[in-house]
Ligand binder design. Structure first.
Ligand code: ACO
Ligand code: PYR
Length: 532
């Protein structure tokens, strides 16, 4: 069976810019366009030239080399000619390969939003497409509210699609603008549209208001459309657009799509997908969704002991695809849901060899479960788990021993007469039998304790020079008087760029923080190869 080409049209820079809380600068648009080129999509819709200064400047130069650079805008206004519509003229002057015009295809919208007749709207569609084609552009029509329009007045919705196609539009894109259509309806309506426009000229633009944008896009492909519009990580107006990061692997790895269509992307592009998705979140300054399909940190993370046991025998038992195909990694988590198989998997990753029959493994599992019951969460604290495991298995040197610590918080007027809150900590540690006492001030008690703890560790001092704390999270585990505090600390070594997480649990927040700090420094020394 010959496969038809399926085109990917990315609208991250246009519909994605309609996401609440997201605003792109020109520099950010340039960086995202480079990421999209790396992803390998066929079209990059850069924005709406003329709508705002950023988009106008972005379209003052041609910005992509491989993908077709596309300018978005609306069809000409009713009652005006093409040459007398300044908005349309700006679109035709923008430096782009293609123009994508949004057109009304629901008669209710023609009446209420445009305030013109159905015939005038058809004229606008036809004249606009013909003007773009005459200007040497590839023309696309986004038929806004197509599915709702089809349900209200199928003849008129079909007339809009047919008019665009007959005027020379390369693509007629069926939009589920309000995002309320379901996959069965998409399949049925696309089948009807194919009676007037061939599938090789049809696209789908789905919004995610019922969580079906990906499913609707796939249903449309099954029904014959050959272009999908979507965005990186599914950003977009309201609940977002179809997520290309979820769609791409499904289209490239799963039947029936692998039998029906082929994409421009290669397996190498697919292996870059996780990195691209996370790089985009970095650009948006937000944490990646750990549970994102295919690319999330947890997408191939196994927590349950029964699953881990089978997974270690053969990963196929609990994985629908191999994580490496999309550039992700398998993870076996250690928690109170774990069995010995989880421990063996994680210890192997850490390079610690131990036999499944070794009684120390039972002791470690029991210790993990007992501590988790008290509030520890080792799946989030890789370094603390490694230290605990190596201790139980008898393999961690005691680099230093904390004899005592004291921390004081004081609110007072400073020399300038300003009210300030200061913290001061004193820590006594034994290194090689010699007691060292350090004092440090800080902007909070944990900061002061951290400063005092790593001020003077004698012969180990040079090994922790590059250590910095980058994040500190506190969680109260049960309310009332019996509250327990869990502290998670993320540390970073500037020299090696290694990052690790440590944990402390106590009814006292300072004590919990101190445990996590001690684990962080001990881990740094272990990784630096410090010897006792
Ligand atoms: C479904 C979608 O996502 S479509 C994309 C939506 N994106 C955006 O709107 C973002 C960019 N938009 C903008 O910056 C502004 O809305 C502009 C510059 C396009 C227009 O601004 P204004 O001229 O001030 O108009 P305003 O936004 O108030 O209203 C839109 C106008 O376009 C008309 N219009 C809407 N769609 C179309 C269309 N497909 N064809 C022709 N005219 C249209 C409306 O009837 C309305 O006309 P009116 O002012 O005579 O009532
Ligand atoms: C064009 C568009 O973004 C929509 O109809 O949703």
């Amino acid at each position: 069976m010959t496969r038809e080409k399926l085109y990917l049209f990315d609208t991250t820079l246009r519909d994605g810019a309609q996401t609440s809380g997201i605003d792109f600068s020109v520099a950010e648009k340039i960086a995202i366009a480079e990421l999209l080129e790396r992803l390998g999509v066929d079209y990059i819709e850069g924005g709406y030239p003329g709508a705002n200064p950023t988009d106008t400047e972005f379209f003052s130069q041609r910005r992509t080399t491989k993908a077709r650079f596309t300018a978005f805008g609306m069809t000409k206004r009713a009652g005006r000619s093409v040459s007398n519509d300044p908005g349309l003229q700006l679109l035709l002057e923008a430096k782009a390969d293609a123009n994508c015009f949004v057109a009304k295809s629901w008669d209710y919208h023609v009446e209420v939003a445009l305030g013109c007749t159905n015939a005038e709207n058809l004229d606008s569609i036809r004249d606009t497409v013909q003007a773009a084609v005459a200007a040497g552009r590839e023309a696309l029509i986004d038929c806004e509210h197509f599915f709702d329009g089809f349900k209200a007045n199928p003849d008129y919705a079909l007339a809009c699609a047919r008019t665009a196609y007959e005027a020379g539009a390369r693509w007629v894109v069926l939009c589920d603008t309000n995002g309320g259509t379901l996959p069965g309806e998409v399949r049925e309506i696309v089948t009807r549209v194919r009676e007037v426009v061939p599938g090789t000229h049809l696209g789908i633009h789905a919004h995610d208001d019922t969580g079906q944008a990906v499913a609707n896009s796939l249903a449309a492909v099954e029904a014959g459309v050959r272009q999908i519009q979507g965005t990186l990580n599914g950003i977009g107006e309201r609940c977002g657009n179809a997520n290309l990061v979820s769609l791409i692997p499904t289209l490239m790895l799963k039947a029936p799509y692998t039998d029906l269509v082929e994409l421009s992307l290669t397996p190498a592009h697919l292996r870059d997908l996780t990195a691209i998705s996370r790089a985009f979140d970095e650009m948006l300054n937000r944490a990646p969704n750990r549970h994102a399909p295919y690319v999330g940190e947890s997408a191939f993370a196994t927590k349950a002991g029964i699953h881990a046991s089978a997974l270690l025998k053969d990963p196929k038992t609990y994985e629908h695809v191999e994580p490496e195909l999309v550039g992700n990694k398998r993870k076996v988590l250690v928690s109170d849901q774990a069995g010995k198989s989880n421990l063996l998997g994680e210890l192997a990753r850490l390079g610690v060899e131990v036999d499944k029959a070794d009684p120390k493994l039972d002791a470690l599992l029991a210790e993990v479960k007992e501590r988790e019951a008290k509030g520890y969460a080792y799946e989030a604290a890789d370094a603390s788990f490694e230290l605990l495991a190596r201790r139980v298995l008898g393999k961690v040197p005691r680099f230093f021993e904390v004899k005592s610590f004291r921390v004081m918080v004081e609110r007072r007027f400073n020399a300038l007469g300003e009210l300030v809150t200061m913290s001061e900590a004193v820590v006594k540690v034994d290194v090689d039998g010699e007691t060292r006492m350090s004092v440090s001030e800080g902007n909070g008690p944990v900061n002061a304790l951290d400063g005092a703890l790593r001020k003077d560790l004698g012969k180990y001092q040079s090994a922790i020079e590059g250590l910095e704390l980058v994040d500190y999270k506190v969680r109260i585990l049960d309310g009332g008087t019996g509250a327990v505090t869990r502290v998670l600390i993320e540390s970073h070594d500037l020299a090696t760029h290694r990052r690790w997480f440590t944990i402390g649990v106590s009814s006292n927040i300072v004590d919990a923080s101190f445990q996590a700090l001690v684990d962080s420094i001990t881990y740094a020394l272990l990784k630096a190869g410090a010897v006792r």
